[in-house]
Design a protein around this ligand. Structure first.
Ligand code: FES
Length: 102
């Protein structure tokens, strides 16, 4: 994932915005990242990734840097939603067509 990639599809929050939020506001718990544009408070798909960013910031003083592609992340989110594990917030980025997630 790159800084400009969307992490929270429900509230259109990029990785850059989250990393900057963590750097500036220094949340004490990962759940406080929800104060960054509501990230993580919709379908729940991005919570695991938000937690990863939080833990990376605690360990190294930075956020980001991983080998997950934005496409794989988007496919994982589509599968998560289609499996009924979460409901996207109103106004969320739509799922890709089903054949693209196979
Ligand atoms: S993608 Fe973040 S709450 Fe749905």
């Amino acid at each position: 994932m790159k800084p400009e990639d969307t992490v929270c599809y429900c509230f259109h929050v990029t990785q850059r915005k989250i990393v900057n939020f963590i750097r500036v506001h220094r949340p004490r718990r990962a759940s406080q990242i929800s104060e960054c544009g509501g990230a993580g408070t919709g379908c729940g798909w991005c919570i695991r990734y938000l937690t990863r960013l939080f833990e990376a910031s605690q360990a190294a003083g930075t956020g980001a840097a991983d080998d997950l592609s934005a496409d794989d992340y988007a496919r994982g989110r589509a599968a998560y939603i289609r499996a009924g594990k979460g409901k996207p917030a109103p106004g969320a980025i739509p799922l890709p067509p089903e054949e693209e997630t196979a």
